[in-house]
Write a protein that binds this ligand. Structure first.
Ligand SMILES: NC(=O)c1ccc[n+]([C@@H]2O[C@H](COP(=O)([O-])OP(=O)(O)OC[C@H]3O[C@@H](n4cnc5c(N)ncnc54)[C@H](O)[C@@H]3O)[C@@H](O)[C@H]2O)c1
Length: 251
């Protein structure tokens, strides 16, 4: 199985968990050092650096996967640029292209190669990492949110086209996940807006992602599984609510 962008953050935790469940994992990342180091720490894994936004690099990646393993049964399209914030009025074409090329076209290019291999065995699972930004806007993140809206539309459309070939396609929708450097104090403060009271960890995403790849999820396709501690379902965040948690019954 292949996890893109697995050299750090959510992808790393997902790759580690798949390996713990017995999968042979390919750790892809744009950063060769990250790909090599993370793969070295996972038993049986191999690290293959590649830019998912480049068709030539993706072809080389999947040629190697097929040569090494003979097949691909699970692909997790996790690679993404989470540092793309810019106000709409400060955006430009290069910014738009970079974000869309990595976050959306990259998932398409990898899925294309994986699906062509999966159809031969009439079996396979493709998972995309979406974001709450697909359905609720982040301020200053037009390109990112557009890419993730595209991911969820692509999830549904791919699910329909590939279902007759035994390939399931789903998305995971992470909430506020602590994959970047912030202090514990900052994390606690940001965590207050989450109904479950804390930021997510990369490991919070690993179990649900593995679940969607297992036979227990055999009748699930075209779905977007939200894993966010309740962020997307709330109208107002906890600190601003007119019915504050402090008024909840003390039971
Ligand atoms: N962290 C969050 O709060 C959060 C929330 C919602 C969705 N997500 C999504 O989850 C996924 C992982 O996010 P994360 O927070 O773990 O990010 P991260 O920055 O910690 O890790 C992403 C990894 O992807 C790699 N990468 C970047 N561009 C690449 C490319 N072109 N080709 C191959 N690898 C590339 C990076 O080198 C990095 O190692 C992303 O798709 C992101 O949009 C994250």
């Amino acid at each position: 199985m292949v996890v893109t962008g697995a050299g750090h953050g959510i992808g790393r935790a997902v790759a580690e968990r798949f390996a713990a469940e017995g999968a042979r994992v390919v750790v892809n990342d744009l950063d060769p050092e990250r790909a090599t180091q993370v793969a070295a720490a996972i038993p049986g894994a191999i690290g293959i650096p590649a830019d998912v936004a480049s068709k030539a690099a993706v072809d080389t990646l999947f040629d190697r996967v097929e040569a090494e393993f003979g097949r691909i049964d699970v692909l997790v399209n996790n690679a993404g640029n989470i540092y793309a914030a810019r106000h709409f009025l400060e955006g430009d074409e290069a910014w738009w292209d970079q974000v869309l090329n990595v976050n959306l076209k990259g998932a398409y290019l990898c899925s294309d190669r994986a699906a062509r291999s999966m159809v031969r065995r009439r079996s396979g699972v493709i998972l995309h990492m979406s974001s709450g930004g697909a359905t609720r806007a982040h301020r200053g993140n037009v390109a990112y949110d557009a890419s993730k809206g595209g991911i969820e539309a692509m999830t549904r459309a791919m699910a329909l086209d590939l279902a007759p070939y035994g390939i399931r396609v789903n998305a995971i929708v992470p909430g506020l996940i602590r994959t970047y450097d912030i202090s514990d104090e900052q994390a606690a403060e940001r965590g207050e807006v989450v109904p479950m009271g804390r930021l997510g960890t990369p490991e919070d995403l690993a179990g649900p992602t593995v679940f969607l790849a297992t036979d227990d999820a055999r009748y699930i396709t075209g779905a977007c599984l939200v894993v966010d501690g309740g962020v997307l379902v709330q109208q107002r965040s906890v600190p601003l609510d007119t019915f504050p948690v402090s008024r909840f019954p003390k039971v």
